[in-house]
Design a protein around this ligand. Sequence first.
Ligand code: FAD
Length: 409
Amino acid sequence: TPTETTDILIIGAGPAGAVAAGLLRKQGRRVLVVEREQFPRFSIGESLLPQSMAYIEAAGMLQAVVEAGFQYKNGAAFARNGQYTDFDFRDKFSPGWGSTYQVQRATFDKVLADAAERAGAEIRYRHEVVEADVSGDKPRVTVKDTEGRIHVIEANFLLDASGFGRILPRLLKLERPSDFPVRGAIFTHVEDRIPPGGTFDRQKIRVTVHPKFPDVWFWTIPFSDGRCSLGVVAHNEFLAKYPGNETERLKAIVAEDPELSALLGDAVWDTPARTIVGYASNVTSLWGNRFALLGNAGEFLDPVFSSGVTIAFKSASLATDCLAREAAGVEVDWQRDYALPLKAGVDCFRAYVEAWYAGEFQKIIFHKDSSPEVHRMISSILAGYAWDTKNPFVAEPKRRLAVLAELCS
Ligand code: FAD
């Protein structure tokens, strides 16, 4: 089979792959991206965090994102049994962006990928990676195109940004089960017809806790066109109890929350719901011989804090920084310079996800007299600033959460 060569080969043109491509083009690197699908294509993960804006900006994609007309987002709201609390991300401990967007991912991912292409990256759509060999000096990847033709591409470095495809973890046997119990989600888009006024703030994601089961929660993520993403997250046994098609199941679970049902009372359910189960995943290593795993191809925790795309961008930023240093002749230790700094923030989010499902975090946010200072520190984390160790709630998340939950009891 003929072998083609490139400098950096990226698998997947989702958020991690596209931003990595943009950052590498800024370094003047030759970049080839192979993407299994044709864009635009549906993807889940629609609520961004303000921290992600810094990476969009660094990749040279900010103007394209702003001009796409997505729903402006400035915070997160939480509702439970008639209680309501919210965080405005502009009022937060860490410096940096305090607002972002709620995006239809089909459009958003295309905007980023097109921007990467304009910056000079080559993207081959409907090209699927089917094999990878990282045993030699240079990684070699086998790609199948739509006609079933096989191409072998050799690169100086390989970035796996295949997301839930998890192609290198699967091919290289790097998969490790997540520590989280198996949860799933059922979700759709509706024309929401939620009347203005009331407590529904279109500029915030709203997380509704199930009135009876505190580990079951709903998201509503309004878009700029009068539509809304709606989903429920629960452990598998809970979801398995609901019969029917996905739309019927989602409707039945939404009906269990009176407030959410009232909000969506006039909604037009015009899109068949879908489901995804067992999305949490982990790997034994985030890098290897001339390759690194970005975004969801590495680890995915849980959707509750909307951290997925931010982590994907952070990984692209750290990995492309390492590649820049290597090119400048500086020795790079991928564990020290890539895996550990990435994990620091991921582990911070992990502490909050664990505290969410253990009930501690809910106790804290629904507590009436939280101090403004603590509120701003938590606002920072919800805004995605999980790498800012100046924030005491980043530096010592577990201890701080435990102490605070105790105080709120
Ligand atoms: P992806 O977005 O999955 O992109 C990977 C790309 O690689 C795809 O385009 C795919 O077609 C391509 N690909 C796969 N296999 C191959 C192959 N073999 N060859 C070539 N190409 C391939 N995140 C948020 O930030 N906010 C949210 O509100 C949010 N909500 C979520 C809700 C749920 C229920 C779930 C499960 C996740 C949610 N996430 C959210 C997480 C978010 O979906 C992901 O973290 C994010 O999409 C990861 O981006 P990525 O670039 O790593 O991968």
